[in-house]
Design a protein around this ligand. Structure first.
Ligand SMILES: C[S@@+](CC[C@H](N)C(=O)[O-])C[C@H]1O[C@@H](n2cnc3c(N)ncnc32)[C@H](O)[C@@H]1O
Length: 204
C-alpha cells in the first residue's frame, strides 16, 4: 500500500486538518443510507439522552436533532472534529442540548445507566479493544437502552485500497459474540445494503 493511500486510511480512523474535514464530507455523501437507517431505528423523544460514538463532523447528530430534539452527547478521539461538529450543530448547542467531548469510547466518563440510546456509524473498526468498548456502552445504557452500530461488511471493506492498515474487520458472528460477551441480552442484525452494509442492534 502506498504512503498516500495509507495516509487517507488513517484519516478515516482519526480525521485531522483539512484532509480530515474533506474525508468527513465524502463520508456524509456516500453513507447517506447508513445515517437514514440509524435515525429511523433509534426512536428517541425530546426527553431522551443519546450518545453518538465517533461523531466525526457531526452529520448524524444533526439528523438526530432535527428529528427528535433529544439531549445529544458525543465522544470522538479526534480533537479537530469537536469544532466541526459544534459548528454544524450550532442550533443544538445554543439550545443547551449538545454535549461533545474528545475521548475514547473504550474508557468513558459517563455515569452508569445514563443513555436511552447509543449510535455509531463506521467507527468500530478503529476501537483499540472492541469488547471493552461494548462493555462501556452496556454500562452507560439504561436498562431498556439500545445500541445501533452501523457498519460495512468485511468483504466490502477489504475491497477498498485504503483499509489495508489500521482497520479491524468483523464478520456478523463476531459482532454477536462480542455483544454477548459484553453483557447484552440480545444482539441482532438488520441488512442495509446486501453484501455491503448492515446495522447491529444490541439490547441491554
Ligand atoms: C470513519 S469516521 C466516521 C465518522 C462519523 N461517524 C460519520 O459516519 O460521519 C470514524 C470516526 O470515529 C472516531 N473514532 C475512532 N476511534 C474512536 C474511539 N476509540 N472512540 C471514539 N471515537 C473514535 C474517529 O475519530 C472518526 O471521527
Amino acid at each position: 500500500m502506498g504512503k498516500f493511500t495509507e495516509y487517507i486510511g488513517s484519516q478515516f480512523g482519526n480525521p485531522r486538518g483539512f484532509v480530515g474535514k474533506c474525508c468527513c464530507v465524502i463520508m456524509n455523501i456516500i453513507n447517506k443510507a447508513m445515517y437514514r437507517r440509524i435515525v429511523s431505528a433509534v426512536c428517541l423523544t425530546e426527553h431522551s439522552k443519546a450518545l453518538d460514538i465517533g461523531y466525526g463532523n457531526g452529520y448524524l447528530i444533526e439528523q438526530l436533532y432535527k428529528k427528535y430534539h433529544s439531549e445529544i452527547y458525543g465522544i470522538d478521539i479526534s480533537e479537530d472534529m469537536k469544532n466541526h461538529a459544534e459548528k454544524r450543530n450550532r442550533r443544538a448547542l445554543i439550545d443547551g442540548k449538545l454535549h461533545l467531548e474528545t475521548g475514547d469510547c473504550c474508557n468513558m466518563r459517563y455515569d452508569d445507566c445514563f443513555f436511552d440510546a447509543v449510535t455509531s456509524v463506521n467507527t468500530v473498526y478503529f476501537w483499540s479493544d472492541t469488547v471493552q468498548g461494548l462493555k462501556e456502552i452496556h454500562r452507560t445504557l439504561k436498562a431498556d437502552g439500545v445500541f445501533c452500530n452501523v457498519v460495512y461488511t468485511k468483504e466490502w471493506l477489504q475491497s477498498l485500497a485504503y483499509t489495508k492498515k489500521g482497520f479491524k474487520f468483523f464478520e456478523r458472528e463476531d459482532f454477536i459474540r462480542q455483544g454477548k460477551q459484553a453483557g447484552f441480552t440480545e444482539v441482532s442484525i438488520q441488512e442495509i445494503s446486501k453484501g455491503k452494509s448492515f446495522m447491529v442492534i444490541y439490547r441491554k
